[in-house]
Design a protein around this ligand. Sequence first.
Ligand code: ATP
Ligand code: MG
Length: 506
Amino acid sequence: MVAQINTVAFQGVDVLDVDVQVQISNGLPAFTIVGLPDKAVGESRERVRAALHAIGLALPPKRFTVNLAPADLNKEGSHFDLPIALGVLAAMEVIDADALTRFVCLGELSLDGSLRKVAGVLPSAMHAQGKDFGLIVPAECGAEAAWAGDLDIIAPRDLLMLINHLKGAQVLARPEARLRAKPKFKGPDMADVKGQETAKRALEIAASGGHNLLMCGPPGSGKSMLASCLPALLPDLTPREALEVSMIYSLSGQLPEEGLVSARPYRDPHHSASLPALIGGGQKAKPGEISLAHHGVLFLDELPEFQRGTLESLRQPVETGEVLVSRVNTHAKYPANIQLVGAMNPCKCGHMGDPELECTRAPRCGADYQSKISGPLFDRIDLVVDVPPVSVMDLQSAQRGEDSATIAARVKSCRARQAARATEMGLSALTNAQLSSADLEECAVLDEKAKDLLAQAVSKMKLSARAYTRVLKLARTIADMAGAPDVLGGAHIAEALSYKRHMPKS
Ligand SMILES: Nc1ncnc2c1ncn2[C@@H]1O[C@H](COP(=O)(O)OP(=O)(O)OP(=O)(O)O)[C@@H](O)[C@H]1O
Ligand SMILES: [Mg+2]
């Protein structure tokens, strides 16, 4: 007899059906797994054998063949333990295989028969829900699965509990989706940042429209501090965004146990990050920092210190909002709709332009340092702001600026305005930064003065077509922040242009 259990394999955020077929036949005792298993799946044999032994079941001295179909798809991860164990139990007629035909199973087994947390439960649950199937997952993943909808979920702590449930001896309750209390924000408040009014304004514009931002200034002027204020300014994810982001976190095994990710992601990898760490990849084509920052912020501090190749690899995903990770035997597509925020010094010593402090190699060292960021990457940055040294007057001033909560409320209402326009005009983009060129023509109409100004700027500043649309998007956000009507005026374009540079000002 061949017992068959449904499970899944992952290819990027796509979930693919896998059948676990188990056959027991006469012959020399053996336990063979076929169907392109990776090392973790191959080792599953030992865990299954030990887990069955722990619940008092010894495998008969027969030939066990486990086939993972389709046979030409690579099977990776430890979540195949549970379906293999259930297949073995069904083939041994300990459980009824028919009871499991409408369930997708995944879970890792411990040697004592208990079930351990696995990655990818949320996408699997959504996949099962789409097929009108139920889901069997470890207890720790139950709450995560429950977010997918009202599908049947069985979430046992160990194998024995599951067998008892299937036999009707001890029925398990369906796990509940829990809402995670939002973790308290630990970063600095905007009110703590002294001076830097231009940078603060640029930060608010970037937060309001989801624009890319680069801060450039000498050491200790507050660039990293300003960037770490950003998470507190951004509105929470919408329910749909939360589900998308949580799917990626689930696939990379980083989803908190208590529930979905609700705060907008803010990822700040160190500049020593490798290309696969940033873009995604490795042996299993896992999502990288850029995908973990989906619908949120990717902050690259000390931008020129990143490896050139790593920075250049950001160009395509920043433009398209998704990244295709290709390996010899896998191609995985991950969403990467990010807001890129960077910070840098103008040169190696950091003081270029300050005659008293700059090094003897200035301005040559500045040109060398800045050339580490390529023109095309620079073209994708909407706002470039100088963050000059803070004056002693500002530092000693007792006056506090606006706090993060006040700015966040303005950002929230500006984003609501953009979302309302998107619904009204049937656009898919929720923020101005995501508007397509066609949408932009409809929602960023210029008055005569603004048109003239932009035309002059294009010829004088040699703006590319991309830079042109990015200036328009930025001007749309500036107008939205002011609650301005549909037509953009010269002042909006002028402010947007003031943030546009080909290279950081030296
Ligand atoms: N504008 C400011 N207002 C108040 N404190 C500031 C300001 N700028 C810097 N500081 C203080 O200096 C510390 C260092 O600032 P920060 O790390 O943001 O500098 P930076 O511009 O990122 O420097 P670097 O170029 O060396 O990375 C902050 O933690 C803060 O205590
Ligand atoms: Mg810094």
